[in-house]
Write a protein of this length. Structure first.
Length: 510
């Protein structure tokens, strides 16, 4: 840091939405010439705080000061004009225009009333050279990698005399070499005195590039720390917190399926060095009949990416999948369904349920897709199957003709489970099946997981709640920075602290 006085100070920021307080009395400050990591789990308030800073949201209370003077931004344009520039995870530039045009769009040098193209390209090349980026500035931006596009966005932000640069998940889709290049550009900006707010879920990156860390949890400030003074395990604990004890404790399932039968049997589904560039590093995992395998890790660690590769929602570019010991091709969800692999997405509204359809229509959707639309399931058979699973899962109200959007979150989750159970899968992948539902529905779904494993089904269970993963899983694969770093048998002595320590250290353990 080059100056003892903050360039930006936010005090007592509170932001409410209908039914929820997204931020409550949050403080945040940035110093010139520093990279300041803003950390927190999903829903912690990071995005809301940055949107208040950049003028996308108006705070209900609190103050913002820039260079010691009070400011109020009604729009992102006002924030940018004041020297606050934002580069988002999804680059908001025009890939069909040249690199030079993107850097100077709206600020093109002109001669005799027309764009001075030679000067435009010269100035763009000069600006990128200062950041040690050598590319053809006359080429379309879309011909370059996402990493280069991120760097061009940063170059544009710096050219408008940015005092504050907000980088929102800029590395989420980059590989290791691209991240290194991006960090080099960030260091050059830091050396130039720019204050950088850096949002990421990758712990290694935080400790590689940041000078200071602010942690938010549940819309509140946990603390501000010098990176050198905050061990990684303490950062993990600060992000996750210990407030689970404040919640009503769930009744634990009374029985757990035995994993002993997995020792001498072939896995139902096995991934061998399966991976996808920019998504998740190659991993191997075996899931047996009657076994619940948990995936543990912070948000952004790669849990969902693993699930999507196994289901074919994302196409792997490395490794293979075996079903009952035989290699199979799973390039699409339909291919996964054909091999009796089912996937309940964490986002039931956009990737799961169709709100306008009825409960009955939602439940039969996957089975009908597997049969093909040219072979419709007879209505009588539909009614029999739907009635069976409404009863078995206690979906309430038990009306198959009700629009699924009119059900509670917990009952919507049960409808998604019914959709996949009706296909009688070999492997059921559950991504955050208990997120956003009430305590009673959560306990019912947990009991169902145990019952399905007792009945011989193989399950992959993903949850941000470590206690839930521990309660239900026979073994746990631990992810950090989109890499499986450890696999632990859920035996005596395994607890949340041990898993958090493994996440924080990244150490291999078995």
């Amino acid at each position: 840091m080059t100056d003892a006085r903050p360039v930006l100070t936010m005090r007592g920021i509170t932001k409410r939405f209908p039914g929820v307080t997204a931020l409550s009395e949050v403080d945040f400050r940035l110093f010139p010439g520093e990279v300041h990591a803003l950390m927190g789990e999903n829903g912690a308030g990071k995005s809301t705080l940055l949107k208040v800073l950049t003028g996308a949201y108006t705070a209900d209370s609190g103050t913002v000061e820039l260079d010691g003077a009070p400011v109020h931004f009604a729009t992102p344009l006002q924030a940018q004009q004041a020297g606050i520039s934002t580069v988002y995870q999804e680059v908001n530039l025009c890939t069909n225009l040249s690199v030079a045009e993107n850097i100077f769009i709206g600020r093109e040098p002109r001669r005799f009333g027309a764009v001075h193209w030679r000067e435009l390209r010269r100035r763009a090349a000069e600006l990128l050279a200062r950041l040690q980026i050598e590319i053809d500035v006359s080429a379309d931006l879309g011909t370059y990698s996402l990493a280069i596009q991120q760097m061009v966005a940063i170059a544009r932000a710096l050219d408008v005399d940015a005092k504050v640069l907000v980088l929102d998940e800029p590395t989420s889709s980059l590989d290791a070499s691209e991240v290194s290049e991006l960090f080099r550009v960030m260091r050059r900006a830091r050396e130039a005195g720019v204050a950088i707010a850096f949002v990421t879920h990758f712990l290694d990156q935080v400790y590689e590039i940041s000078d200071r860390i602010t942690v938010l949890r549940n819309g509140r400030l946990v603390g501000e720390y010098l990176t050198a003074d905050l061990p990684q395990v303490q950062l993990v604990k600060a992000m996750i917190g210990k407030d689970l004890e404040a919640l009503e404790r769930l009744e634990e399932p009374k029985e757990k399926a035995s994993a002993a039968r997995t020792q001498n049997q072939r896995p139902v589904v096995e991934a061998v060095e399966l991976g996808r560039r920019g998504s998740v590093a190659p991993f191997s995992i075996a899931i047996h009949a009657g076994e619940v395998v948990g995936l543990a890790g912070l948000l952004g660690s790669g849990r969902t990416e693993v699930a999507r590769l196994l289901f074919g929602a994302d196409r792997a570019d490395h490794g293979r999948i075996l079903v009952n010991g035989e290699p199979v091709t799973v390039r699409t969800p339909r291919g996964a369904i054909a091999h009796n692999i089912a996937f309940c997405s964490e986002n039931r509204r956009t990737e799961g349920l169709v709100g306008e359809l009825t409960v009955r229509e939602n439940i039969i959707l996957a089975l009908q897709a597997a049969r093909g639309w040219a072979r419709p399931i007879p209505r009588r058979r539909q009614d029999e199957l739907v009635a069976k699973y409404i009863s078995a899962l206690q979906i309430n109200p038990p009306d198959p003709n009700l629009a699924v959007r009119d059900l509670s979150g917990g009952n919507q989750q049960k409808v998604m489970l019914a959709r996949w159970l009706i296909t009688e899968p070999r492997l059921l992948i559950l991504d955050e099946p208990t997120r956003g539902i009430d305590v009673g529905a959560k306990a019912e779904i947990q009991r169902l997981v145990v019952q399905l494993a007792d009945g011989g089904m193989a399950l992959l269970f993903i949850s941000a709640e470590l206690e839930e993963v521990l309660r239900l899983s026979h073994k746990i694969a631990i992810l950090r920075d989109r890499r499986v770093v450890s696999e632990i048998a859920n035996s005596e002595g395994v607890d949340a602290d041990r898993i958090m320590a493994t996440i924080a250290s990244g150490a291999q353990e078995s």
